[in-house]
Design a protein around this ligand. Structure first.
Ligand code: UDP
Ligand code: MG
Length: 323
């Protein structure tokens, strides 16, 4: 087999039970990539799908030599699946893209053109129109970006999801990060590499259902906060300081009351103080716990994903065994 040319572009697509949308996705993406007139690879990361996704991918590979399938042993989640794809991608440029056609693949050529023309490392796809998302998703997304900015995660463009183009240097930098549960949409801007944005209208999921239950969204948000900011810990310190000042004032009041003989049966105030301070303490413990938990998982050093097979290396092995 003639060895395929080194890909200029790698497109990394995480897929979890996307059999319904896969044929539509292939149909939309292939003309865009073929039209680039440059060697490319499509790295489909099959994130432990339980439906017909792997079957469809193998079938598509027969007619699409640039399609490379990276199968993960078990479902690792969106961010980990993208990380797996980034580690495997060989291109000089790497685009990450969801499989559900919410982010139109037609923007890819524009991203590459902008990166080359402006000499930047990263081109973020920014959703200028999210009217196709549910009101709930829009509101929570807005809250997410606002909170993250408040916490000091600067540089992340608003409403930039995981649709972005990265240079080889950027991908190498991301791959070299020791963090386990990295939230790529914050990690990449934090590198601070030169970047630009390309706007597009977010579309509805072409088929199938969202693989992002509320619990996962909450997890992503917690990972984002604890992975990016120590602000909540500072908040705990400020609570503590405020509480201390209040306690001193209350102590003075209590002493004066005692000396002047005005000691009343202050049940309500006692209950309120105890309740308020206990709640604050629990809150601060919880904040601390989130960070300790992060240290704990990072000390365990458990991989966030396991690769079952990569069609590229499988092929190479076959050729060395039966040349
Ligand atoms: N995905 C994944 N593993 C998961 C969940 C999702 O690889 O555990 C993929 C999914 O196939 C899709 C992308 O991540 O390509 C985004 O998921 P989805 O569209 O369901 O999320 P939403 O757009 O609703 O936030
Ligand atoms: Mg989606």
């Amino acid at each position: 087999m003639p060895s395929a040319p080194h890909p200029v572009l790698s497109v990394v697509v995480p897929m979890y039970d996307e059999a319904e949308v896969l044929p539509l996705f292939v149909e939309r993406l292939r003309p865009v990539l073929d039209g680039l007139d440059e060697p490319y690879e499509l790295v489909a990361v099959d994130d432990g799908s339980r439906d017909r996704t792997p079957v469809l991918l193998q079938a598509a590979r027969r007619t699409w030599p640039q399609l490379r399938v990276l199968r993960l042993r078990a479902n690792a989640g969106h961010q980990a699946a993208i990380s797996a794809g980034l580690a495997a991608a060989r291109g000089d440029w790497v685009v990450t893209l969801d499989a559900d056609l919410q982010d139109p693949p037609e923007v890819i050529p524009e991203m590459i053109a902008r990166a080359r023309a402006e000499g930047v490392d990263v081109v973020y796809g920014v959703r200028t129109d999210r009217s196709s998302d549910t009101a709930f998703k829009r509101r929570t997304a807005h809250l997410f970006y606002a909170t993250m900015r408040l916490m000091g995660a600067t540089g992340a463009p608003d409403h930039a999801g995981d649709y972005r183009l990265m240079s080889r240097a950027t991908v190498d930098a991301v791959n070299a990060l020791p963090e386990d549960h990295r939230v790529l949409r914050l990690v990449v801007p934090a590198l601070g590499f030169p970047s630009t944005t390309v706007g597009y209208a977010r579309q509805e999921r072409a088929a199938g259902t969202s693989k992002y239950p509320l619990a996962t969204m909450v997890r992503l948000s917690l990972d984002s906060v604890t992975g990016f900011s120590r602000a909540p810990l500072k908040l705990a310190t400020w609570f503590g300081l405020g509480g201390f000042l209040l306690a001193v004032a209350l102590l003075g009041y209590a002493l004066v009351a005692k000396l002047t003989g005005h000691t009343i049966a202050g049940w309500t105030s006692t209950v309120m103080i105890v309740a308020a301070f206990s709640a604050l303490q629990l809150l601060c413990l919880g904040i601390l716990g989130e960070y300790v938990g992060r240290i704990y998982t990072s000390l365990q050093r458990r991989p966030t994903y396991y690769v079952a097979h990569d069609s590229l290396t499988d092929e190479r092995e076959r050729h060395t065994l039966h040349p």
